[in-house]
Write a protein that binds this ligand. Structure first.
Ligand code: PLP
Length: 366
């Protein structure tokens, strides 16, 4: 059987280094908020070329704490694309209203046009999601946000390593959020996330919010939860970070091979703009015969997934948000895409033979 994602493969090849990291943490006697976290935050900041990285408990918490750090209020809107299922939960947990908008047909990402269709005077922030690892062009969205005096947050959970020109995504908006969920490009053996920003005030507030709102231990300035990237996870991330460029290269090779072998109208986007480096977290194809394709792959022992089966406006959890009712609101591009998208097996370690076998079946049934 060929899995779609393969977390075991992402860790077992670093077994000796990970065991060494575990032993170091055991012997340190410090399991939260210690040297591994500090080390990882510095090394990830160097990698991204950004001033501040704050490790937190998950990508979801990264979104929630970022929004709390900019002081979002409970009657304010945060715009997110209707096809970014996980993003909505981090936004909703901040107390603000997630406000869905449709995406563009070609890259399934939000644009100035789709954002403008849902802007209100209550809009406080836009979350740009670099879905599947595909970078979304930021300039026009940032210009719009500057004009309106609202924040831009990049959701980079799926996009470690993606670039626009020479810069990594996550360095364009006011804040960016990362997830280190086990299957991500940079991943750990459990939950983990980070908030990154060049704004020291925002970084300091997120640092407080991840630890009871404290400025110093046992002195809290504001009520908050705790959300800490554990020492053990930070230690694993440091091992993985050292090998990240190599893994990103493998993802590039596999992604380009899929792209070169399939027809443009099955690809997202149809063609890759030259100045963008895809982060290749997932490899998602589009087909009008998606369900049949999925079945045929499965019959060959090839597993596939759908990211995501339904847009957010169809989720029972989000039928009514503030004064917006989603049962009557439709996002045609996101809705159609959810019936056509399929994530093919994709992870560093997928063999050339397996990829050839997948392509053979895909080409027959797509
Ligand atoms: C686009 C996106 N945003 C947010 C998240 C949430 O991250 P986490 O699972 O670490 O909470 C994920 C992870 O699935 C994601 O893919």
């Amino acid at each position: 059987m060929i899995p779609t994602l393969n977390p075991k493969e992402l860790f077992s090849k670093y077994r000796p280094e990970i065991i060494e990291a575990f032993e170091k943490v055991i012997d340190s006697g410090v399991y939260l908020m210690g040297e591994e976290l500090e080390g990882f935050e510095k090394e990830f900041a160097d990698f991204l070329e950004i001033k501040n990285v704050v490790g937190v408990g998950s990508g979801t918490d990264a979104l929630t704490l970022s929004l709390r750090a900019i002081g979002v209020k409970s009657d304010e809107d945060v715009i997110i694309p209707a096809n970014a299922y996980p993003t909505a939960f981090g936004v909703a947990a901040s107390g603000a209203h997630p406000r869905f908008c449709d995406v563009e047909e070609d890259n399934l990402a939000i644009s100035v046009k789709t954002i403008e269709s849902v802007l209100t005077t209550k809009t406080r922030a836009i979350v740009v999601v670099h879905l599947y690892g595909m970078p979304v062009l930021m300039d026009e969205i940032i210009n719009l946000a500057r004009r309106l005096n609202i924040y831009v947050i990049e959701d980079c959970a799926q996009a470690v390593g993606a670039k626009i020109g020479n810069r990594y995504v996550g360095t364009f908006g006011d804040i960016a959020c990362f997830s280190f969920y086990p299957t991500k490009n940079l991943s750990t053996m459990g939950d983990g996330g980070a908030v990154v920003t060049n704004d020291i005030k925002i970084a300091e507030r997120v640092r407080r919010l991840r630890m009871y709102g404290e400025d110093v231990r046992y002195h809290s300035l504001e009520p908050s939860t705790h959300s800490r990237l554990e020492e053990i996870q930070a230690a694993i991330l440091r091992v993985k970070l050292q090998n990240l460029n190599d893994e990103l290269k493998q993802r590039q090779v596999m992604g380009l091979k899929y792209r070169a072998s399939l027809k443009p109208d099955n690809l997202i986007p149809e063609s890759l703009p030259k100045n963008l480096t895809h982060g290749y977290h997932l490899f998602v194809v589009r087909s009008e015969n998606r369900d049949r394709l999925k079945q045929k792959l499965e019959a060959e022992g090839i597993m596939s997934l759908i990211h995501y089966p339904q847009p957010l406006n169809f989720q029972p959890a989000f039928q009514r948000i503030g004064n917006v009712t989603y049962t009557t609101r439709h996002f045609p591009v996101s809705e159609k895409a959810s019936e056509q998208i399929l994530s093919l097996p994709f992870y560093p370690g997928l063999t050339v033979e397996s990829q050839d076998k997948i392509l053979e079946t895909v080409k027959l049934w797509i």
